[in-house]
Every structure is written in structure tokens, then in C-alpha cells.
Design a protein around this ligand. Structure first.
Ligand code: ZN
Length: 453
């Protein structure tokens, strides 16, 4: 095409086409970006700790509902925590995790809220939003059912709840179960899994408060003719993998330098973790990720990539509970569930544990068989929120054998880590916990907590 030969109308047409192309690119970028965007809020006061992670979906209306829900729950918690702390001095705890997945065009957003305001346990509250990405309309359980089969689902559900009563040694209360399953709103927390449909009834809905959440799993073969065939066939894409090869470095090239281990908690993250992984090679760095089990499925691609590159994957437990506030059985569940989640992506169970807040007792160390890795260089990145300040802190405190604590869910933390690597790279080799232990010739003891090597 010869631009000189274009008529004025041709110029305008070309101009219009260019504008449209630019607009399309911007819209597509925006959609791609929003797919992985999430919000993190972390706050620590003498009275309470808040740790909230939630996604930004492509549906503005749902985003608003999610925000309003979180805002009201947060306010409620803060009031309760402040009242409680005036009676009993303790640190209360509020956290929100989420899980997001889609089947065909249907997107599921599952928020799980945990709060600790005294007592023996964390309280759990689940909330699910489901919408069709094509129409942007919200859908409920009946969307997945064949016409007029809701009553059949109710009957099967009631049977399963009765079984749940029996298995947990409760006396069956028919009326209560009927009342709690009578409307489609009672079926608002559910998950279509590979071979069953899991339905959760919050405390007090189908039984006494002491039963807690009643979670039942209806095998899919019982749902033939009830659920639409397309959702019966559904298989999870993330199949447990066998063993994935992991790159190993020639450690002899690193041993003449001082060693520094960068460790990243609270992930895996989305684009922030991607940025970190993209930039490790230029500093010849490998690092350690202490990931949360609850986030493994949401960001399994980054976890897999991190592992394959030769980074060490450790556990930061499933829900980021303060283990001091759980009984031993619950503590071990937090640990084993995370190990299983990680192994379903990497094919290998982790052996290192970083308990949230560094809190773990000997019996959990002993029974879990994990090695406890803490840190001695705390960047307080989440408080500083500034890459330069984070980098300065690392450079100032770096020493041979040091372990740096960071969080790869924040961009300023990733930028700060990379800046520090740039400044320290002549003097230091950036190694994983695995590599550090090998290079230092250490044998770990299960009951010890390691702050540095
Ligand atoms: Zn953490």
C-alpha cells in the first residue's frame, strides 16, 4: 500500500482502523490483566491480625458484592475483637482465602473466611459466587440440573446428611435437615469436583452448632439424570502429576561466594511471582517459596514453573492459621493438606515448613516430620511497601548463611528482592534452602528451628 496515493477518505479510514485496533488491544490486555488480579490486605495491631486475599473477577457487579461482603465482615470482626480484648488480652485473627475455578463458561469464586475471637477454634464462613462469563449473569445450583430435578437432589442430599449425622455420632433430626435443605438458597455453597459434588451447609443450617460446617460429597454416579451430562463428564485439568524433573545446578560454581537464601511466603502469586521467576536467571539466583496450600490450585502454573526451574518449594501451611490456636490434629491437617496440594502439582512433597508467624510447637514438628525453616533477615516488606527500602534492608543485613523473609504476592517485594540481588551479586550467590544445606554440609534435626545456616 502506497500511503502517498491514499485519498483523504482513505486516510480517515486508515486512522479509524488504527484506533479500533488500539482499542481492541487495550480491552484484551485489560481482560487478561484482570484475570490474574487480586487484592491483598494485611494489617497487624496489638489487638488483631488481618490477612485478606481476594480476586478481582471480570464481573463488576460481583466484585462490588465481594467488596461489600468483606467490608461488613471485617467491621464486624474488628468490633468483636476490640470488645473481646478489653476483657481478655489476646491477639485475634481474621483471614480470607479464596479459590477460583471455572467449568466451561461458568466461573466459581469461593471465599473462605476464618476468624478467631477467642475460644478453641477458628470460625469458618464460606461464600460462593457463580456466574456465566459469556452472559455475565449469576447462576445458582439449578443451572447445573436437568429440568425439574431439584427435588431429587434434595432427597439424595437429605440421605447424605443423615449419613453424616451417623458417622459423627449425632442423633438424626429430620425436621432440622428438611428445613435446612428446603430451598435452592440452602444449596449456595457447592463445588463440582471430579467424581462428586460437594455441598457445604454452614453451622446451624442442618444441625446443631457443635456440628460445625456439614460437608457432604454426593458421588456423581448417584447424580446421573439429575445433573446435566456436561457437568458429570467434567474432569479437573490439574491431574496429579507423576514426577516432574527439576533442574539442578552445579553447586561447585557457587561455593567461593557468600551464600544468601531469599525466601518468599504467602504465595504462590500471580503476575508478581511470574515477574520474580522471569528475572532470577540474570542474577544466577534460585530461591525458596513457602506456599499456602489454599493458593496452590489458583496459581499452579507458577508453582510448577518455580519447581521445574530448581527453586525449593516449602510449606507455609494451608490457611495461614496461627498454629498455636489449633489443636494438634488441626495443625497436622494444615500441614498434610498442603503437602498433598503441592505434590499434586510438582509430584513431590515438601520437607521444609515455615509456620505462619514462626509459631510451632515441638509435638507438631515431631509428628509432621517436617524441618522448620525460619529467617534472620526480616524485611517487613508488607509494612514498608517500597522496593528501595526493602532492597536497602537486605543489603544492610546480608551475611553468609542468611535467610531473607519476603512475600512474592507484592510487586514492591519482588522489585526489592531483585534490586538487592543486583547490588549483592558480586559478593553473594543466591541459593535455595536445599542448596544452602548442601553447600554448608548440614544435617537437619527435626526439633530445631533454623534461622540461618
Ligand atoms: Zn505468612
Amino acid at each position: 500500500m502506497n500511503l502517498k496515493k491514499l485519498s483523504p477518505i482513505g486516510y480517515w479510514l486508515l486512522f479509524a482502523v488504527l484506533i479500533i485496533v488500539v482499542m481492541i488491544i487495550l480491552v484484551v490486555q485489560d481482560i487478561l490483566k484482570r484475570n490474574v488480579e487480586e487484592i491483598h490486605e494485611i494489617k497487624e495491631t496489638p489487638t488483631y491480625v488481618l490477612k485478606i486475599d481476594y480476586p478481582i473477577t471480570n464481573n463488576k457487579k460481583i466484585n462490588k458484592e465481594i467488596e461489600e461482603y468483606i467490608e461488613s465482615k471485617k467491621k464486624e470482626f474488628i468490633v468483636t475483637a476490640e470488645e473481646a480484648s478489653s476483657i481478655m488480652n489476646a491477639q485475634y485473627d481474621f483471614k480470607i482465602n479464596y479459590e477460583m475455578y471455572s467449568i466451561e463458561s461458568i466461573e466459581f469464586v469461593h471465599l473462605i473466611l476464618y476468624s478467631f475471637t477467642g475460644g478453641a477454634h477458628y470460625n469458618q464462613e464460606d461464600k460462593v459466587w457463580i456466574y456465566d462469563k459469556d452472559t455475565n449473569k449469576k447462576v445458582d445450583i439449578t443451572y447445573f440440573l436437568e429440568d425439574d430435578t431439584f427435588s431429587k437432589l434434595q432427597t439424595i442430599t437429605i440421605d447424605e446428611i443423615k449419613k453424616y449425622y451417623q458417622d459423627n455420632n449425632y442423633v438424626i433430626d429430620e425436621e432440622w435437615i428438611k428445613e435446612g435443605t428446603k430451598s435452592k438458597e440452602s444449596f449456595s455453597i457447592f463445588k463440582i469436583k471430579e467424581d462428586n459434588v460437594e455441598i457445604t451447609f454452614p453451622p446451624y443450617e442442618v444441625g446443631p452448632w457443635s456440628m460445625g460446617n456439614v460437608v457432604i460429597q454426593i458421588p456423581k454416579d448417584k447424580l446421573i439424570g439429575i445433573i446435566k451430562p456436561i457437568y458429570l463428564q467434567y474432569e479437573q485439568i490439574d491431574q496429579p502429576s507423576i514426577s516432574i524433573p527439576q533442574e539442578k545446578r552445579d553447586l561447585s560454581t557457587l561455593k567461593d561466594k557468600k551464600l544468601l537464601a531469599f525466601t518468599f511466603d504467602d504465595g504462590p502469586g500471580g503476575k508478581t511471582t511470574t515477574k520474580l521467576l522471569d528475572n532470577l536467571d540474570q542474577y544466577n539466583a534460585r530461591v525458596t517459596f513457602f506456599v499456602l496450600g489454599s493458593r496452590v490450585n489458583n496459581f499452579s502454573n507458577n508453582l510448577k514453573r518455580a519447581y521445574e526451574m530448581g527453586n525449593t518449594i516449602g510449606s507455609h501451611t494451608y490457611n495461614h492459621f496461627n498454629l498455636y490456636k489449633l489443636d494438634l490434629e488441626e495443625q497436622l491437617k494444615e500441614i498434610t493438606n498442603t503437602n498433598d496440594a503441592i505434590a499434586s502439582v510438582t509430584g513431590k512433597k515438601p520437607i521444609y515448613l515455615r509456620p505462619p508467624y514462626g509459631n510451632i510447637k515441638n509435638e507438631a514438628k515431631e509428628q509432621s516430620g517436617m524441618y522448620t525453616i525460619l529467617w534472620d533477615i526480616d524485611t517487613e516488606d508488607w509494612r514498608k511497601k517500597n522496593a528501595d527500602k526493602i532492597a536497602d534492608h537486605i543489603v544492610k543485613h546480608a551475611h553468609d548463611g542468611g535467610i531473607v523473609l519476603l512475600h512474592d504476592i507484592y510487586e514492591y517485594s519482588v522489585d526489592g528482592a531483585l534490586k538487592a540481588m543486583k547490588m549483592l551479586k558480586d559478593e553473594y550467590a543466591f541459593v535455595t534452602i536445599d542448596e544452602m544445606i548442601e553447600l554448608k554440609g548440614k544435617t537437619l534435626e527435626p526439633l530445631k528451628s533454623y534461622y540461618s545456616f
